[in-house]
Design a protein. Structure first.
Length: 401
């Protein structure tokens, strides 16, 4: 909802003085033209909230051994708040670490046994058929001599038949010269499986060690954010059951980071932008003003009773310690501000025949109309752009006709 506000002047700025008018016994209230600041704002109401308001709980049952923070303490993110008795958990970590070492040793043994069996007794998992190559080449050599003999006799048909067999011998030699898979004996395969099983056992042992470390870490509760400890719900010696883990053990809030969210009318949202200056006042702290800025304007509308509204967030700048989470607040978003300008109370300006008119009070107490140009208006003040000089006295009432 749009409204107007100002950094209101002291009472002397607008305090009426009584001046005699035309010798009448009645007196007219007046005001002087002075200088001041006039501000146009859009007001948004809501409640303050601390975004960094966090609770933290233990995730496992146990006995609380140490409570290292109390209400009102200032903590940093990661500071230790409390610890469970971790004797058994530490023992589990050491046991899991030993199991990892044992699994690695078993793998080394299996690997060495496999290597000692394969080398130098076997060349590897593939071989070359050297004898087969030589045999095929010998056959091919004999076939060449046969072909020559048949050609010498003029028997071309038989020569071609032998030549075909010669080419088959050459293909066989080529195939025998190439490496081929060789199935290792069953004993070697069994050793390979033992080494693979030992490798899997290492992975399982390492996972168990990590799980044991995680459980040990869970026995220590740390601050989820920096701020002030607002609540402590555990004490040393408490035995926490699984059913009681849902209750927060600590609440930590950062009171230096406060926001408020309000709804802005669709008629006003176009005048608001991110980073715009805001003055926040609080119902619980009359007279206290806190600076802020617009940090978020939603693109999604919220329709309430047919009125289109847009949620907006105001972030307070360095609020003092008296300003608390949850307080009712009003944020005046500054749309326009004119500083050190001539101002009058709005009641001193009258509309006549489409023009703005004031009534100057002369030295003899008589009233004289004066047309003026007005500028920015606030709730109680109006800017005088032209038509008057600083110090002029005007009537707060129009003359009786």
């Amino acid at each position: 909802m749009r409204s107007s506000a100002a950094v209101f002047l002291a009472l002397s700025l607008v305090m009426a003085t009584l001046v005699g008018c035309s010798g009448d016994k009645t007196q007219t209230p007046t005001a002087q033209v002075t200088r001041g600041d006039v501000t146009s704002t859009i007001s948004v109401s809501g409640n303050l909230e601390a975004p960094d308001n966090r609770t933290v709980s233990f995730t496992m049952p146990g006995t609380v051994e140490k409570v290292l923070a109390k209400k009102g303490d200032t903590v940093k993110r990661g500071d230790v708040l409390a610890q469970l008795d971790a004797t058994d958990l530490q023992r589990n970590v050491e046991l899991a670490r030993t199991q990892v070492d044992q699994a690695r040793a078993q793998y080394n043994i299996a690997d060495q046994q496999l290597r000692a069996t394969i080398y130098p007794n076997y060349y590897g998992s593939y071989v070359v058929d050297v004898p087969g190559v030589w045999s095929a080449l010998d056959n091919a050599t004999d076939r060449v001599e046969q072909v020559k003999a048949y050609l010498a006799k003029g028997d071309v048909t038989e020569a071609n038949a032998v030549l075909t067999r010669l080419l088959d011998d050459i293909d066989h030699a080529r195939e025998s010269s190439q490496a081929r898979d060789w199935d290792l004996p069953a004993q070697i395969k069994a050793m390979e499986y033992q080494r693979e099983a030992a490798s899997i056992a290492i992975t399982a042992a390492e996972l168990s060690l990590q799980a044991a470390k995680d459980m040990l870490d869970d026995a220590t509760l740390t601050a989820p954010t920096g701020g002030v400890v607002a609540a402590v719900n555990v004490k040393e010696g408490d035995v926490l059951s699984a059913a009681g883990l849902a209750m927060p053990a600590f609440q930590v809030i950062d009171p230096s980071h406060l926001e408020m969210t309000g709804l802005i009318d669709e008629m006003d949202v176009a005048d608001i932008s991110l980073g715009q200056e805001v003055i926040v006042t609080l119902d619980a702290l009359p007279g206290v003003e806190v600076a802020g800025e617009v940090s978020f304007i939603s693109d999604a509308a919220f329709i309430q009773a047919g009125v289109v509204l847009y949620p907006a967030t105001i972030t307070l700048t360095s609020p003092d310690s008296r300003v608390k989470d949850g307080m009712s607040a009003t944020a005046d978003i500054i749309i326009e501000k004119h500083q050190n300008v001539l101002v009058l109370p709005v009641t001193a300006v009258f509309s006549e025949a489409g023009s703005n008119v004031v009534y100057l009070v002369g030295s003899d107490g008589k009233l004289a109309p004066q047309q003026v140009t007005t500028g920015l208006r606030s709730g109680r003040l109006v800017e005088i752009v032209s038509g008057l000089q600083e110090g002029a006295t005007v009537s707060l009432e129009a003359p009786q006709t």
